[in-house]
Design a protein around this ligand. Structure first.
Ligand code: DON
Length: 323
């Protein structure tokens, strides 16, 4: 049997894996003690098309905690549940320009700046908690599993570690309580937030989740509508402007697609209607973004013309049809 040549996207991913494997810049997060135990050299790249084809290289089966990559998903859940008017009474859509764990609220409204920073994400989880009570985490885990296309679990040790040491997040939760942004059970909601951050995923899961968002909320393989199409645009918009913390402007300029990082080392990037990208490499830069993840996405966007304003990215066929 003649050997078939690998697909050119596979060859590109293999090349990027080899190119960036040598990078050892950055440092593993240690502020949650349990996170400091991960293998700093782990590295995986996974790309899933909006119709479910998978291309990948490296450690794509290795579980790690989702951390802040959970934030756009709980935001999407809250939008589905309560609608935009109610959610946006509690949290804004402006980049903060400050660190993800800043203890601050928007001066004029006393709302968190956006749902991609800790104050905004805790607010969103508190909204879900006000409706689901002690079933909230189960609901979050089930929904994340539907977005990934497989049942997920969480890492008890990372959860315990963050619960024990998350004084800053506790301060944020109480600030939110002081301003009436969250309901009285702020501590219980915070506990759900800690658990949601410790959900275990692989970089293939992140690519699948991204592909579900790229595919308007419908999982490309299971076919299940995990998030309603209506709010996918809202989720992606805020990922685009706020998803990479105080590197979000540079990311929009250099990569040009909505994305979200987590201190566990994951990056999830969405190429609207086309691809989901997931990377895993736990060495982080000073913003809290994975060093290799950022570099891989810059290269992938450049090589495949993924930037939303790239001249090869032709845009809306809907407009073509009506013009
Ligand atoms: O709230 C925290 O500190 C973590 N559980 C999640 C933070 C995170 O991933 C920020 N990421 N870059």
């Amino acid at each position: 049997m003649p050997e078939t040549a690998p697909h050119e996207v596979q060859t590109l991913i293999d090349d990027l894996y080899t190119k960036h494997l040598a990078t050892d810049r950055g440092a593993v997060a240690t502020y949650i003690p349990e996170l400091s135990k991960v293998d700093p050299g782990a590295f995986g790249i996974s790309v899933v098309t909006a119709d479910g084809r998978v291309f990948e290289a490296g450690d794509c089966d290795r579980p790690f905690t989702i951390q802040s990559v959970s934030k756009p998903l709980t935001f999407g859940m809250a939008m589905d549940e309560f609608g935009a008017d109610k959610v946006l009474q509690h949290v804004g859509v402006e980049p903060s320009g400050d660190a993800f764990n800043a203890i601050e609220l928007h001066g004029g409204t006393n709302r968190p700046f956006n749902p991609m920073i800790n104050s905004g994400a805790i607010t969103v989880t508190a909204l879900l908690h006000a409706r689901y009570g002690n079933r909230t985490f189960e609901h979050v885990l089930d929904t994340f599993g539907a977005v990934a296309g497989r049942p997920l679990t969480f890492d008890e040790a990372v959860y315990e570690s963050e619960r024990r040491t998350g004084h800053r997040n506790r301060a944020i939760a109480h600030l939110l309580l002081n301003f009436g942004v969250v309901h009285a059970e702020a501590e219980a909601a915070l506990d759900v937030y800690f658990k949601q951050c410790s959900i275990l995923v692989t970089c293939r899961d992140l690519a699948m989740m991204a592909a579900t968002l790229a595919n308007m909320g419908r999982h490309p393989i299971t076919g299940r509508h995990a998030l309603s199409t209506r709010y996918v645009k809202d989720v992606l918009s805020i990922m685009f402007t706020c998803g990479m913390y105080d590197y979000s402007g540079q990311w929009a300029y250099r990569v040009g697609v909505p994305a979200k990082s987590g201190v566990g080392g994951g990056v999830m990037a969405v190429v609207n209607r086309q691809l989901g990208i997931g990377t895993y490499s736990p060495r982080l830069d000073r913003f809290g973004n994975s060093v290799r993840g950022t570099e891989v996405c810059i290269d992938l966007a450049g090589r495949l013309g993924l930037h939303v304003f790239d001249c090869v990215n032709v845009g809306s066929s809907f407009l073509d049809a009506i013009l």
